[in-house]
Design a protein around this ligand. Sequence first.
Ligand SMILES: Cc1ncc(COP(=O)(O)O)c(C=O)c1O
Length: 349
Amino acid sequence: MNLARHPRVPLSPWPTPLEECPRLSAALGGPHLWVKRDDLTGLGLGGNKVRKLEYLLGEAVRKGCDTVITTGSLQSNHARLTAAACRRLGLEVTLVLEPGVDPSGRPRDPRDLPPLQGNILLDRLFGAEVVISEDDSEEALTEKMDEVASSLAARGRRPYVIPLGGTNPVGVLGYVQAALEIAWQASSNGIVFDHVLVATGSGGTQAGLHLGLALFMPGVTVHGVTVSREAEASARRVDGLVADTADFLGLSSNPAPPAVVHGGYVGEGYGIPTEAGWEAIVLAARTEGLVLDPVYTGKALSGLVGLIRTGRLGPSERVLFVHTGGAPGLMAQAEALEGYLSQREGREE
Ligand SMILES: Cc1ncc(COP(=O)(O)O)c(C=O)c1O
């Protein structure tokens, strides 16, 4: 296998830091915890998608494309980072975003301007063209992207379409590469991990880690904490991506065991904060100064807390939490955070 064979554009200094979390470990009464700081990837306020974009945009540049189209929710970190990366590379960018919901939870009218906060504020700052889709189904978003791509091509542009979350075998290579980086950091610091845990949305990040660690650090268990789909559907999706990526890399066989994805931490749905997620966000902030978000990393850490509290992760285990970024999503939920903090302070009085 030769990752260097695949075109890649540099978007960040590597490696990201690998840090020990003694105060968080102590607060949870147990496992020895480290955090992989992929929130510090050096572009557009950072996050996991930078790793995928190095390969996706590497392919776009290799193909001579001049305009990138991608999709996501209104508060998509992937869309924001795609916009930032395109600016870095001198490419045009169109984001097809879901209409989202209004503060009362009703679907928003796609013709109304969404509130400019968090990621969508940054999309505007990067000067991305934003198209709001009629509805939020994956089919509607894909159809809209195809429509935008055809109309750009008819005007002589060369569009490159990136699927939801940057998740396909090309994007997954970013996290195969990350697994190599983690294995190298672990061995040069004399650390042996038993478990690696990450938030799972479209599944590409977990798939890359799962395949990469099966190759470079066998013996470690990769845990995904789903933030959207049911756990079983999510695991099937990760397994499919792992198999496709192994194929894409030309491996003679797929070395990875079946994916492990934990459910029970999504709450009412994707993007809707949970009490356990807020608890985890406050815990990480107040023990280690880490900034997690209510959509991905807060729910992932609440999964880790759940695995510890139910005894599935024991006090002697060595666990790496992959911090995938997402802080702009926290900024878009200021009122909900304030509500949680006031309630908590009321309980503590
Ligand atoms: C902050 C953050 N963490 C985790 C994820 C999940 O990554 P994936 O979609 O590769 O599962 C995302 C996806 O958008 C994200 O923005």
